[in-house]
Every structure is written in structure tokens, then in C-alpha cells.
Ligand binder design. Structure first.
Ligand code: B1M
Length: 211
């Protein structure tokens, strides 16, 4: 059993096989990072590509997402363990109107793996809920994810709400998601943009003055 077995299990949406393959490949000495980056993420990317080409449909996407979640249940604590210490606190959420959370969850896992404490507000998070979480948890960073072009407008709305509540200057804001670009991030006044989960961790580190 090798890393391709995990790729196939996630791609085929076989949660049981994905979990078993992750256990076996870890036992054989592979790192959780390699399994995440070289099997799980590419498998979901291929599922997305086939969906766009009309070769896969929503139920198939969902079972692949569940298989990925099964793999992540095993990988998450190991990725977190790899973080030497808590380097900062992040409040993370998918913006209002948007239910996509696979990418956001990956970003959260990579941030945890990079040593951040992550407070995950979930999906469909209204601006006021971000504001309340900033007041309650005093994070260093707010991370917003959006996958729909229609929900990207919730990002400037949340930035405005943070400013109106007087807490915008207390946090750095990182945004990401398939329709998000660096240009958009700059235009709305976010502090950082990341194209994927790995770079989200690097951008967060940079905003904390690390590396
Ligand atoms: Co949705 N969906 N979906 N969907 N879905 C897309 C996004 C879409 C592009 C598919 C398509 O039509 N080609 C399209 C959006 C079109 C657009 O707006 N331009 C779309 C649509 C239209 C919809 C619905 C409206 C469909 C419908 O009901 N008619 C509906 C909307 C529901 C809602 O949100 N209100 C919907 C529903 C769903 C499912 C529920 C079936 C499911 C989501 C399951 C879940 O998330 N729990 C789903 C899925 C799976 C997808 C696709 C196929 C895959 C998304 C995904 O998980 N990718 C997607 C097509 C695609 O992307 N090719 C699609 C894998 C993931 C690892 O990547 O999320 O991009 P991604 O995250 C990356 C980066 O973007 C980045 O890092 C991540 C990891 O590397 N990133 C960040 C993400 N957030 C970040 C935050 C950061 C930094 C980086 O900082 C904080």
C-alpha cells in the first residue's frame, strides 16, 4: 500500500479505505504532510476538475469530501503535533452565504500544523460573528474563505464591520478561496492573500513577523 492508494480512496470517495490507507502509509514511515500534499489535496483537486468538466456530480463530490475528512481525522492531530508551539491565534471562517468548507478546513489544519491556535467559526459566518469572535478571543489574525463569486462581497462587508467595531487595527486579515486574487485582497484592504493552504501558513507566519 502506498500514497497512491490514499489518492484513489479519496478520489473514489471510499472513507473506510482512505482511513485504512492513511494508517498503513503512516505506519510505513510516510509523513502526514506528504500524505496531505501529495495524496489528499491532489485527489480533491481532480474531483473538482472532473466536476467542472461534467464527469462527476454533486453526490460524488460529497462522498470524496467525506473520504478526505476521514483521512484528516487521522492526520489532523499529527499535523498539529508537528507545530512546535503556538505562534499566534487565528479566527477562521467561511464568509456569509457560503457553505464550502473543505479548503477552509485545510487552511485551518495547515495553520495548526504551523503552530497557530485556530478558532474555527464554521461556514456561512456573518460579519458580526467575526466581530464578536475578535472581541472574545483577541486573535492575531482573522482568516476568511469564499468559494463563490457571489459571496466574495461578504469580505469587504466583514472588514467594514471590524472597522466600525473599532477592532480592525487589532488584527491582520488573510483571505483566500478559488475566486480570490491578490488584486482583490489589496483592493478591499486585506493584509494578506494566499492561493492555497500551504501558502496560507507561510503568509500567516510572515504577518506574525516569523520567517
Ligand atoms: Co460548490 N461550487 N457549490 N459545492 N464546489 C464550486 C466552488 C464551483 C466553482 C463549481 C463549478 O460550478 N464549477 C461553483 C462556484 C461558481 C462561482 O461562484 N464562480 C460552485 C457552486 C455554483 C455551488 C452551488 C451554488 C451549487 C448549487 O447548489 N447550485 C452550491 C453553493 C452552496 C453555498 O455555499 N451556499 C455549492 C455546493 C457545493 C457542495 C455542498 C456540493 C460542495 C461543498 C462541500 C463542502 O465544502 N463541505 C461543493 C464543492 C465540493 C465544490 C467544488 C467542486 C470543490 C471545492 C473544493 O472543496 N475544492 C468547487 C469546484 C472547484 O473548486 N473546482 C465548487 C477543494 C479545496 C481543497 O480547494 O476550496 O479552493 P479550495 O481551497 C483551497 C484554496 O482556494 C485556498 O486553500 C485551499 C486549500 O489549498 N483557500 C484559502 C481556501 N480558503 C482559503 C482561505 C485562506 C487562504 C487560502 O485564508 C484564510
Amino acid at each position: 500500500m502506498d500514497i497512491n492508494t490514499i489518492y484513489e480512496a479519496v478520489f473514489d470517495g471510499n472513507a473506510k479505505a482512505a482511513a485504512a490507507a492513511v494508517e498503513a502509509v503512516l505506519a510505513a514511515g510516510e509523513t502526514p504532510e506528504t500524505i496531505l500534499n501529495d495524496a489528499c489535496i491532489p485527489a480533491m483537486a481532480e474531483v473538482g476538475a472532473e466536476f467542472e468538466e461534467g464527469e462527476k456530480f454533486v453526490p460524488e463530490m460529497l462522498i470524496s469530501a467525506r473520504a478526505m475528512a476521514a483521512a484528516m481525522t487521522i492526520l489532523r492531530p499529527l499535523l498539529v503535533q508537528a507545530g512546535v508551539k503556538t505562534v499566534g491565534k487565528v479566527v477562521l471562517g467561511t464568509v456569509h452565504g457560503d457553505l464550502h468548507d473543505i479548503g477552509k478546513n485545510l487552511v485551518g489544519m495547515m495553520l495548526e500544523g504551523a503552530g497557530f491556535e485556530v478558532i474555527d467559526l464554521g461556514t456561512d459566518v456573518p460579519p458580526q460573528k467575526f466581530v464578536d469572535a475578535v472581541k472574545q478571543h483577541q486573535p492575531d489574525i482573522v482568516g476568511m474563505s469564499a468559494l463563490l463569486t457571489t459571496t466574495t462581497k461578504s469580505m469587504p462587508a466583514t472588514l467594514n464591520a471590524l472597522a466600525e467595531a473599532g477592532v480592525r487595527d487589532q488584527v491582520k486579515v488573510i483571505i483566500g478561496g478559488a475566486p480570490i486574487t491578490d488584486d482583490f485582497a489589496q483592493k478591499i484592504g486585506a493584509d494578506g492573500f494566499a492561493a492555497d493552504a500551504g501558502s496560507a501558513a507561510r503568509v500567516a507566519n510572515a504577518l506574525m513577523g516569523l520567517n
